[in-house]
Design a protein around this ligand. Sequence first.
Ligand code: NAP
Ligand code: G4F
Length: 333
Amino acid sequence: MSERRALVTGISGQDGSYLAELLLEKGYRVFGTVRRSSSDNLQRIQHLLREVELLHADLLDEQSLIAMLRRVRPHEVYNLAAQSYVPLSWEQPILTAEFNAVGVARLLEAIRFVDPTIRFYQASSSEMFGQAVEVPQNEDTPFRPRSPYGVAKTYGHYITVNYRESYGLFACSGILFNHESPRRGKEFVSRKITDGVARIKLGIASELRLGNLSARRDWGYAKDYVRAMWLMLQQDRPDDYVVATGEAHSVEDFARLAFAHVGLNWRNFVRVDPALFRPAEVDRLIGDATKARRELGWQPTVRFPELVALMVEADLEAVAAEARTRVEASRRP
Ligand code: NAP
Ligand code: G4F
């Protein structure tokens, strides 16, 4: 079979790293875009650096996108690059729109210009449902975004649909609900909790400050979700899909389970910090992935309690290793 080439923007992120592993397993030649940084931000793909080919490109720079597509000539492009942290979108709404909204249009334009047969995946988000008008949310649920992030992602979604309808591009939008893993950034609540639990259990911290404990999310495992991205681009026709577990839990539930996993009571360590509340909250997200199950044959393999447990276990190991490194460094002359 001839060589299959896939290009992943945002390859250094949580999803980019798992997707790169999946594509390599499937025999793809994998390319990824990175932004130049003065310090190392490739930890998540350190183990893949001999197998993936990295290029410098930025969603803000159209020419860099065109040059990258000309050089790689990919069959599939997965657009995962984004400003992905919702609270920052209130502090930097314009930059968030440049990356998450106009950046998508730049990449679609580059594809249309260089090779309109490229298959395109857009990383859309359940955050677009915002203060959702129905429960659970599916592909037909109206969007009511509640953050500059959600608003920008909604543009990214619609421009993807629009390029499919206007130019016949094979462009898919995956409306993914929250998905987590030991590779999740520590600013997101799941990893903040599991990292905090590990630090408290190992005696390195004494409390964990959180914001709104009653918000509910549909949390799945990132490794399962990148499989759905790949499946979307293998279909006969392009479409949009909700990817979710169909179960919602509160932030409090997450904390309770994570502390219980190491034999602690969350109430003794969690402090609610009003400074961590958002200007506008999305109270409850829960997805209906019937279409993905039916048409893609996709289903999640990891359920909520297992997800919490695997993240706590990984952070116990990571925090212990970090402490050992600190001790060794302090002993060096
Ligand atoms: P992540 O860990 O924050 O990774 C984001 C990636 O985007 C990083 O590789 C980052 O590179 C890159 N990036 C940011 N701005 C860029 C720019 N201007 N040009 C090029 N690259 C840029 O996010 P994730 O959790 O893997 O999520 C992947 C995508 O799915 C994002 O688009 C996110 O919004 C979306 N999404 C995520 C979830 C979820 O629950 N995880 C749910 C729905 C949708 P640096 O290392 O240089 O910062
Ligand atoms: O973990 P979070 O920051 O994720 P959020 O805002 O749902 O966004 C994530 O999922 C989206 C999919 O719906 C993605 F598109 C997006 O890129 C990102 O991956 O917050 C989850 C909930 C919120 O309701 C927040 O108010 O947790 C609540 N929360 C409570 N205390 C906290 C904290 N969130 C964070 N980050 N930090 C806290 O201390």
